[in-house]
Design a protein around this ligand. Sequence first.
Ligand code: GDP
Length: 436
Amino acid sequence: MFNTLSDRLTSVLQNLRGKGRLSEADVDATAREIRVALLEADVALPVVRAFIAKVKDRAKGTEVSQALNPAQQVVKIVNEELVAILGGETRRLDLAKNPPTVIMLAGLQGAGKTTLAGKLARWLKSQGHTPMLVACDLQRPNAVTQLQVVGERAGVPVFAPEPGNGVGDPVDVSRRGIDEAKRAQHDIVIVDTAGRLGVDEEMMRQAIDIRAAVQPDEVLFVVDAMIGQDAVNTATAFRDGVGFTGVVLTKLDGDARGGAALSVRELTGQPIMFASNGEKLEDFDVFHPDRMASRILGMGDVLTLIEQAEQAFDAEQAEATAQKLGSGQLTLEDFLEQMLAIRKMGPIANLLGMLPGAGQMKDQLAMLDEKHLDRVQAIIRGMTPAERDDPKIINASRRLRIANGSGVKVSDVNELVNRFFEARKMMSQMAGRFGL
Ligand code: GDP
């Protein structure tokens, strides 16, 4: 996401590197290039103007810093202003003091509301909540079924009108949904509503009526980041119509030019709360303005990486592995477990993409071969427990058997086993050095 913008900004800022001091002309030239980069990324003009004015102003009267050279100061200013237009602080969900918390989703058809309902429910459930979904999109054929499918995948119940009763009244369904949530003691209710291809009065009226009926604690405006400048018009229409308390950007996985992300908060005054970046339920994140800014500026997103790692690894298991590492007793079984945990975090290329400077190694990342990892997994799975436990016993005939069993060449097995011994030796030396 934001690849083009990110590349442009990174290279603009890189041009400043190595300059001892910045002249006014340097600042002007940099500001001009940033302006073009933002406009090309579809950021709304008023937002670009305000952004550039602030950056220029601050860069010219550059705060004298002992620690940073002038170029670094410009990077810092751009970063801070970027964080500011993305909303500054991370905005968390506002949970009701008296459950259930009601979250209503609004947005155009195809924005990703139904998918988001599932993502949000799955995420909330993983945090110990007991969400329920309510299907109030009775306009689009299949919308109810789609929500039911998504709910099933997320493992949460869905309240929907009984089939066969005509289209039904969405406002009535929403009201009954909330009653049901109270009865079954769900602490969060997510209400999916109907969208249209464009903003229209009837849809807005219906959303307003549902809002009045369910009195939501949060109204999330769901917007497809790929629709560029239109996102801003749609957002303004929804703000003035039904009103919303937060924004969710979807489809950030496409080569979205990012304009929506950078304009919506500034123009509507409402924070971006979540980001959706794929069709699977786990392709979803809390939106952190500071992390997003550093990602856009090619400074990586190490915090998100750390969080994902925390979710993927079981602390006790990690501790046990660390101990084994230190004593040189790591087995291939441990290795396999670690590898599976890492892969649970998502495609390796995505993970590496969050590291600082990853923008510049995009091509190499694209070549990163998941198939190779599949092969390693298959080889280890083809070993007996005794072999995994003590790879030293894997002699030539065992290697042949493993290779045949997992459909690879003997040289692949050799390579894996040799690498494992090398890695184990190196890790145990390192652990010794760090006193683990
Ligand atoms: P709704 O009409 O607002 O309920 O939108 P849907 O949830 O039905 O989504 C419309 C289409 O967009 C579906 O094909 C989804 O799979 C897809 N979609 C939703 N969110 C994302 C996302 O973050 N990334 C991508 N690539 N596709 C998405």
